[in-house]
Design a protein around this ligand. Structure first.
Ligand SMILES: *Cc1c(COP(=O)(O)O)cnc(C)c1O
Length: 355
């Protein structure tokens, strides 16, 4: 058995994999892969996939859900394009690679980006806290969980401006108050489903108000919402599996239950790293991510032997991102507590032999 700590595409519940596999063979007599997206059977899937997002996250009235393509990377552009207003000025908090990417794309479409705060001075190892946000911004953008460096906002930025969030790697992992946001976007493949779909949750009030001089049809959230994500062929399979996963999430107690489980997993691993003299965490404790835990060996000459041990235990996906090195344990929703225990046991055994 493998224990998948990979950062994404992510582990999903085993029964979701099974149901998805069976729909590839038989979805009302066809394969889910060949069914028309306009057929009522798939329209029902799309409707349920949207409804379950609203149910799981308690989305208030006045918000809509869309499943688009392009990943969170296109989300950088879609968010900026749709939220551009008269000032053409926006505030971004730079907490690492993905936030940096969002800033770059906003600039490309002509937004005057005010970097409100950045943790680049310490290799993105913390979440900036003491900064002021000026008025007269079209919007404020942040990345709730810094997948690569392993930090996470445990409180949202305080602003009167519309708040936009790239929630790719912690959506559905903990309770959020959707009403705090004007726009949330997230690539599916970190906690929702297979790569291919990108989730948007948008306040209806903001639609159709962009001041961008150009607005490609596909990137216009107003048109996408009006067409119920069927403006063109949607990523049928990805949406189907996301629906299965959301059904599973809700059947197992919803966000409250998964949040408790995620907290327990993160506590188990961080407790070991903190008490173990051979390892050290790489980010400020109060800003640690409960999804992606990053850590290092104190003595890098131990790497080969440690790597051999966790691989033998069936752990996969543990090496850190190519830009950071070290280790990163991604503990998305479907990763069982038992898998974290396996990793902790490997760390303990390694320590016994090498400490
Ligand atoms: C993975 C990730 C992205 C990039 O997602 P794609 O869907 O591959 O474009 C962007 N933001 C965050 C926070 C991520 O974790």
């Amino acid at each position: 058995m493998k224990h998948n700590f990979g950062a994404g595409p992510c582990i999903l519940p085993q029964n979701v994999f099974k149901e998805a596999a069976s729909a590839v063979m038989d979805f009302n007599g066809l394969s889910i892969l060949e069914v028309s997206h306009r057929h009522k059977d798939f329209v029902a899937v799309m409707d349920e996939a949207m409804d379950l997002v609203k149910k799981a996250l308690n989305v208030p009235a006045g918000y809509s859900v869309a499943y688009l393509q392009g990943g969170a990377t296109l989300g950088f552009t879609i968010a900026a394009l749709n939220m551009m207003r008269d000032n053409k000025k926006a505030g971004y908090i730079n907490t690492g690679t993905w936030a940096t990417g969002a800033i770059k794309e906003a600039k490309k479409i002509g937004i005057d980006v005010n970097v409100l705060a950045s943790s680049e001075d310490k290799n993105f190892s913390y979440i900036p806290k003491d900064y002021s946000i000026p008025d007269e911004l079209d919007f404020v953008h942040f990345t709730s969980n810094n997948t690569i460096y392993g930090t996470q906002f445990h409180a949202i930025p305080k602003t009167n401006s519309p708040l936009i969030c790239d929630m790719s790697s912690d959506i559905f992992s903990k309770e959020i108050n959707v009403a705090d946001f004007d726009l949330i976007y997230a690539g599916a493949q970190k906690n929702l489903g297979p790569a291919g779909a990108t989730l948007y949750i948008v306040k209806d009030d903001v639609l159709g108000k962009s001041t961008s001089p150009f607005m490609p049809t596909y990137l216009d959230l107003k048109q996408q919402i009006e067409k119920e994500s069927m403006l063109n062929t949607p990523p049928v399979f990805s949406i189907y599996v996301a629906m299965l996963n959301l059904r599973d999430l809700i059947a197992n107690g919803g966000i409250a239950a998964i949040e408790a489980k995620n907290n327990a997993k993160a506590a188990l691993l961080y407790q070991e790293i903190d008490s173990n003299p051979l390892f050290k965490g790489t980010v400020a404790k109060e800003d640690r991510s409960r999804m992606n835990a990053t850590f290092l060996l104190e003595d890098e000459s131990h790497q080969e032997i440690f790597d051999k041990m966790w691989k033998e235990a069936g752990v996969v996906g543990l090496p850190g991102h190519r830009s950071t090195g070290g280790y990163r344990a991604s503990m998305y929703n479907a990763l069982p507590l038992e898998s974290v225990q396996v990793l902790v046991d490997v760390i303990k055994e390694f320590t016994k032999k090498n400490g």
